[in-house]
Design a protein around this ligand. Sequence first.
Ligand code: ZN
Length: 270
Amino acid sequence: MIQAGPRANVTHACRGPVAASSTDCYPDRRMRIAVLSDIHSNLVALDAVLAHAGPVDAVWHLGDVVGYGPDPDGVVARLVEVGAIGVLGNHDAAALGGPEIAWFNPDARSAAAWTRDRISGTTAAWLTEQPVTRVVEGFSLVHGSPRDPLREYVTTPEIARANLDYLTTTYGFHGHTHVPVAFVERGARIALVRAVDAASLSLSRDRALVNPGSVGQPRDGDPRASYATLDTAAATVSWHRVAYDVTAVQSAMHAVRLPPRLAERLAFGM
Ligand code: ZN
């Protein structure tokens, strides 16, 4: 259940414990932003999400754009087309030849090697441009966690608490676990907000780490693509689930001989 706090007074002023520069300030204009993570080369899911989101002022991605799925170039081309900005994930780093591939299980390693060998120079160049962390419109973006962006999984209130002190903004978006959730500081404790479809969270002055879930490979038992929208004027984050043609993606994965288990799991959202 959502344990949302008091509705924020949007003051259009710099918020948060550290406002080191103007880029750390909460935006003073209304923006509706789609926040996408762990797309994992799943263009069918990405297109379903973009269609569901409709017109937005910005698209932010939280890394793991590639890996696992059958269409890395198509996903990157679509993100370029919609002007998405974001950060590098560990699977993106592996696709660029980074050492991250050594940490993967055999199926993930096989898919990462396939991705590395297949991506175009354009895709590789775009991935190379992605920073490990980014602050945009007063929000921090990372893939894994603020203190260890390419490796750490934020899965518990304890891990979230340790990471809040690494934020230079009040709010951070992260992915990596493929589970939609938020961790919100409530005085001495951290509230874990389980994000079911159509859930929303009012952003208050409390620090928070927000995970939109995974577009291309959800792992919370719901096979539908998961993403979030941020409304900066209402100061709310809303989560969404979108059905897409899983069978088509599975067929594409079989056709290029990606590990069968990676295709099968899409049907179960695990
Ligand atoms: Zn991922």
